[in-house]
Design a protein around this ligand. Sequence first.
Ligand SMILES: [Mg+2]
Length: 474
Amino acid sequence: MDGILFDYGGTLDSDGVAWIDRFFRITQNLGMGFPRPRFARAFYDSDDNLPTRFALKGLSLEKTLTLQVNGVLQALAPERAAETHHVVDRFLAESRAAFQRNRPVLERLAARYRLGLVSNFYGNLESVLASEGLRGLFSTVVDSGVIGVTKPEPAIFQKALTDMGITAEDAVMVGDSVPRDMRGAESLGMRHILVGNLSQPACCPKALKVASVANLESVLPAPLRAGIIAAGDGSRLKSSHPGTIKPLVPIHGRPLCHWIVSSLCEAGVQDFTILLNSRGRRAQENLLAAFPRLRWTFLSRDTASSWESFRLVARSLAEMDGDCLISTVDALVPPTEARRFANAARRAGTPAALALTSFIDDENPLWADFGPDGLVTALGPDARTRQHATCGLYYLTAAVARAMPPAQAHCKLREYLQSLVAQSAVSGIVLDKTLDVDRPEDIRQAEDFVAAFPCGIGSSSGTVRTKFPADCRS
Ligand SMILES: [Mg+2]
């Protein structure tokens, strides 16, 4: 999954209660006693005509609410219009309490996904969000009052997806309205989560329900974690980079290890376990300084084989819940491809997945065959087609990570992978070009390759995903 679209009213500012219901309750509590049908007529008249009666551009939430409520009171009881601010104050206080509850969840989600807002609003949602300090959480805000298309029309959702650079298949819509939010998402084949009273009927069997945005993480996939194997000796690079350990060999102005960390961030990873050898302390210091907002577990061991390294990293990751990605430190995988691999692996639903490439520049590739269902059918010498080989990026469910055989079971990582393919369903996911950096002659090609990766500077708050996320600073 790449992104989450949110509705605004009733979703972010309350736990599934629509504006009209909240305003009606507040006026009743203030002793205004309007009959509901009259109130509803006045509310919708004020609501529908707000953008034509007033210049709303740039207005805050408070000022927007003041105009809306004043319109209702002027229509129903002009003698009480002076009490507008009482209604607004209560509505604002409730909304701000909801923002406060939801903010930590939104910040955590913004570090894993692109977030967008899709709302039937007055055309000034940008300034409303900015006035409440919420604008920075969302990479796009699509306001029906600006684009002239309302939910549930597919075009308004599609506009947000296009802005975010993601597909409906890899997004989920979160909202409190079945006809507008749920049906709209459904028409694009987008998953959807209904916010509000859990006893209300869902729109379809696939829809999930939560009582509040604050509970959203309970129905989303657990965060992916990642392991990086950087314990190798890097002996072939010693001639070109004497005195520099392999993870710190510079590639296009950044240490080698930064490239895979950044690509795995793009796949939504915030928790990293990295295995370094006993000379790896400088890499540890470098990573902590370069990526201070990520959560790091450092393992230090001089291992005898790639299998021993892989097993150590997998077992460390298995101590926590959730699925994981494991990569070698020298695998250069474009960020978008790392993200695609993670999504495809999770969607495949198999216990493990191997990233495969047809771009092979290795003396001893681990060839892989796969069937029309995407399952790997043969690995290594048994593979016949010799079209695809593994490229150093793997996906494991927690169950597979926990069930690692003892160290003496294998001598090489490829033996373990072959036994895994023989015993369980393993998906093969073909990536566009990836590169390994093993030899001095690989470096020139690697520099040209990574130069084409999208890269911006990570946000200073660390909570907003940019095109190239979290602490990408060189
Ligand atoms: Mg709503």
